[in-house]
Design a protein around this ligand. Structure first.
Ligand SMILES: Cc1cc2nc3c(=O)[nH]c(=O)nc-3n(C[C@H](O)[C@H](O)[C@H](O)COP(=O)(O)O)c2cc1C
Length: 200
């Protein structure tokens, strides 16, 4: 299979993903910039064909420390799609190369994803990948995802999904919201979400 029309009319670097003419739409062609490949190719980028199925190489990086709610969600997603799972403390910028799909997840603390995720991502100049974001929070709200999505998009990532989940909230052994969450139903939703991304 070949891209239907690679970089139509473009002379320089192209910023678009080119979809194959596969009837099932099970694959996409994405560009890899010269910085990553070191190769000379048509319109300054290589075309790579990635299957959007279980052979997709997926990485999930997360931060969870309060009640380990996000860790439960991250593990459920990773098991569902056979992803590599890394705590942000274990992840290095170079670990993000070589994956087709990358998930970034955290609890929400004072309205934000954990700062360690920002610290990691800020060390990476470009991230031209399919990525998704997920969070657990006392009051899940899309406003918490916005700054993270903007950071990723600013680095060239295509944010292909976002997942929010209620997480038990509290301190010092006390829980003041969402007792028991994420529960089995939440984790099943997380698995379904991750599988949906892989199928495309
Ligand atoms: C210090 C702290 C700040 C929090 N701030 C928020 C917040 O701004 N909004 C919210 O909805 N939940 C907030 N929460 C609740 C957490 O987002 C929720 O408990 C989350 O599931 C924790 O994830 P974790 O167990 O993976 O660390 C906060 C919790 C803590 C401990």
């Amino acid at each position: 299979m070949v891209p239907d029309s690679p970089c139509p009319g473009k002379q320089g670097a192209c910023s678009e993903n080119h979809h194959l003419t596969s009837p099932l739409q099970t694959a996409v062609v994405i560009r890899i910039p010269l910085a990553e490949t070191g190769s000379r190719t048509l319109h300054n980028h290589l075309y790579a064909i990635y299957r959007r199925d279980n052979s997709m190489n997926t990485l999930i990086i997360y931060k969870s420390y309060s009640k380990m709610n996000t860790e439960k969600v991250a593990k459920a997603m990773a098991e569902a799609v056979n992803a590599t799972l890394k705590k942000v403390e274990e992840a290095k910028p170079e670990d993000l190369t070589g994956y087709d799909l990358i998930g970034i997840g955290s609890g929400i603390y004072a309205g934000k994803y954990h700062k360690d995720l920002y610290k990691l991502l800020e060390k990476i100049p470009r991230l031209e990948k399919d990525m998704f974001v997920f969070s657990t929070a006392g009051s899940p709200d899309e406003k918490y995802e916005k700054p993270m999505k903007e950071l990723l998009a600013g680095k060239g990532a295509r944010v292909v999904g976002e997942f929010r989940c209620p997480g038990a909230a509290g301190l010092l052994g006390l829980t003041w919201a969402n007792k028991g969450h994420p529960d089995d139903q939440d984790l099943e939703r997380a698995r379904t979400f991750a599988k949906g991304l892989i199928k495309g």
